[in-house]
Design a protein. Sequence first.
Length: 367
Amino acid sequence: MTFSFSKVRSIALACIITILSFTAACGSAASSSNAQTSSAAAQLAASQCNKSTGLVVYSAQGYDSDTVKAFTRDTGIQAQLVDDSTGNILAKVAAEGNNPQWDVVWFDGNVTMQNLDDQGYLLKWKSSNTSNYTQQGQSLIPSDYAYYPSGLTAAGVIIYNKAHAPAQLPQDWKDLLNPAYKNQVEMNDPSLSGPTYPFVAGVSQLLGGEDQGKNYFTQLKANGLRAYQTNDLTITAVKTGAKEFGIVQDSAYYGEVANGDNNIGVIYPTSGVAALPSEMGIAANGAHQACAEAFVNYVMSQQGQQSMTHHDPTDGDTYFIELIQGVTPVVTRQTTGINFFNLNVEKWANVENEYKQWFTANIVSGS
């Protein structure tokens, strides 16, 4: 969940939504065919899975290797993992098109996963394990059952340097416009950092829409906002005192604290933070859909979740909020007192490419 990729790997994400949007304009007939394929394939039972052939998982999750190994151990189903950044995974999905070499795709962000659904890339099927979800988890399942959440983080929170903290800390997003914080606020570039566009969409949704969001970020830029490429750069600027406040995915903050940095604090803005679920989707034209369904169902079980909660405690990805009932976390993070809200996923997926282009031209440029 926490993004700490190099510049070369991150740049792929900047181009993917454009590629997918172009594909959408050319692929309506293919989408219709995929929908029919999905409907028929959804009837497959997990018992039809060829355990020796198994499945291929494309994933950007830190705990994916642990989970894939546990799945094979517990089920006997072979699973091949392709672990990469979200941007590179989306590039593979787009390049493979209707001849996918993957069976399950797993990364952070329901807005981006909705883009894949809009292309007809994802199988629509209702898992038998949906009753395992908490109420919050249930609220994140799309109406067409094309993808399923496996955990939850906040797309954006405010972090600050405790040693240099002003007497009056911001409590909400609008507080960052205070002239007292001029040239002291930074965030990630939504075209390069996976969690950042959901944050941008979330603030815009809170303020009333895309136009209101653009107005807010324009004001923030006028107050000295700086946009970096990834969490690493943003967190480093706060740690060194170069900037007082940073906006990052909250799991990135917990990862820093777990690695011994106790000089960073976190603020969950009172008006709310956008829920950022990690999501799993199955290829509509995949060759191993029964095995893929078995894998997704496994991750949606207490048994499967254990491989995630027991992952490396120094990895920020381990610091997710559980969405499956009866799962006990091993690491400690704030879970109460957070005003989560769900994004209007279809709305923000539809404008993602345009909004990112605007952000690059008007906010990132010259920062």
